[in-house]
Design a protein around this ligand. Structure first.
Ligand code: FAD
Length: 358
């Protein structure tokens, strides 16, 4: 495993699709780089997704630059297929990745940065943070939450329904994670769905490919300064499991409970309900703790950027995370554009000429 300190032109933090796309672009420049990733093996956040997870878009629309995910236009890839694809992407481009290495702090040091990890410390002229959101799950601050004696799991750690067989379970959250987890847990457990707002469902024929097309049109219109009014279609994609749950009549949400007790939850009408487990499908925020020493992380947990470039720290870029670092940059199909732009800027900053393409 890694143990040596090193000095690089560029240090990339995170080897999910965002870090890999950046690394592949860097490998085509003359710049030295390394990618540090906290996980034991390939796959980044996809290692931890639930077993039954499938992508929203067919393989062709879920690919990184240079190499299409196998599976074509009809198959919605499984979690394991995404992991295999990312593994092949690393291998094919011979990307320089060290695992498991967790970056603890990025600190200004002369013209560049000192990057401190649990294994060694590194020096780099430029840093790209591509740490995603999986390492920073969000659970709302509900009164009494600490008193609850039952099981609480965030969707980040949920794997399969069997663990909840025969139990009384509240699934919290009106997004895709909530709907998909509710759909499968409700087959083995007595479930209640709790959401802040009534959930909204997309038409059955809308998948990730359609959403991406609509978002692309909106983005292009914005770039051109043209009005584009497509109504928000809804939040929840009707994947087969969720459609099946609708047939069983379980896609009904209650307004979020107001507090928790030792044995359960209290609903807005004052009714107490005993429950065995609560599954929090309540989202994530950007995993940016390692940037704290730079003082660039704002109150919303984001860094102010122009494109992907930190406004305040000239040697720092952020790729992935969400639309705030670039259009669709938190998707497999969208992150390539952000990665390419980022490496272009780094190459300019490094004052090097691009190598000849061949
Ligand atoms: P990640 O995959 O999270 O990779 C970041 C890596 O950085 C991880 O390995 C992490 O451990 C590591 N890391 C974090 N902090 C540190 C640190 N301090 N030091 C070292 N390493 C660190 N997108 C699609 O395109 N299609 C879909 O169908 C789709 N479905 C999704 C379903 C779910 C349930 C979720 C949650 C997301 C889905 N996404 C989908 C969105 C997106 O593609 C994923 O969230 C994806 O994992 C984002 O990739 P990333 O590279 O930005 O981050």
């Amino acid at each position: 495993g890694p143990g040596v300190d090193g000095a690089y032109d560029v240090l990339v933090i995170g080897a999910g699709q965002a870090g890999l796309a950046v690394a592949r672009e860097l490998s085509r420049t003359g710049l030295s780089y390394v990618v540090l990733d906290a996980q034991e093996g390939v796959g980044a956040a996809w290692r931890h997704a639930w077993d039954s997870l499938r992508l929203f878009s067919p393989a062709r629309w879920s690919s990184l630059p240079g190499f299409l995910m196998p599976g074509g236009e009809e198959e919605y890839p499984r979690r394991s297929e995404v992991m295999a694809y990312l593994a092949e992407y690393e291998r094919r481009y011979g990307l320089n990745i060290l695992r498991p290495v967790r970056v603890q702090a990025v600190i200004r040091n002369g013209e560049g940065f000192r990057v401190e990890t649990n294994r060694a410390s590194f020096q780099a002229r430029f840093v790209v943070s591509a740490t995603g959101t999986w390492d920073a799950p969000v659970i709302p601050d509900v009164a009494g939450r600490a008193e609850f004696r039952g099981l609480q799991v965030h969707s980040a750690f949920y794997r399969r329904p069997q663990a909840f067989a025969g139990q009384r379970v509240v699934v919290v959250g009106g997004g895709n994670s909530g709907a998909q987890i509710l759909a499968e847990v409700s087959k083995v457990a007595d479930t209640t769905w709790a959401t802040l707002r009534p959930p909204t469902f997309l038409p059955d024929d809308v998948d990730g490919r359609v959403l991406f097309d609509v978002a692309t049109q909106r983005y292009r219109a914005q770039q051109a300064g043209v009005a584009f009014s497509a109504p928000s279609l809804g939040d929840i994609v009707m994947v087969p499991g969720v459609r099946e749950a609708r047939e069983r009549g379980i896609l009904h949400a209650r307004a979020m409970f107001t507090r928790m007790t030792g044995s359960g939850v209290v609903w807005p009408d004052g009714q107490d309900q005993d429950v065995d487990a609560v599954i929090w499908c309540t989202g994530f925020r950007p995993a940016l703790e390692h940037l704290a020493p730079l003082g660039v992380v704002g109150p919303e947990g984001r860094v102010q950027v122009q494109g992907t470039h930190s406004v305040r720290e000239s040697g720092l870029w952020l790729v992935g995370y969400g639309n705030w670092t670039g259009f669709a940059s938190a998707t497999l199909i969208g992150v390539g554009r952000s990665a390419r732009a980022t490496v272009g800027e780094i190459r300019d900053a490094a004052g090097r000429q691009p190598p000849s393409e061949n």
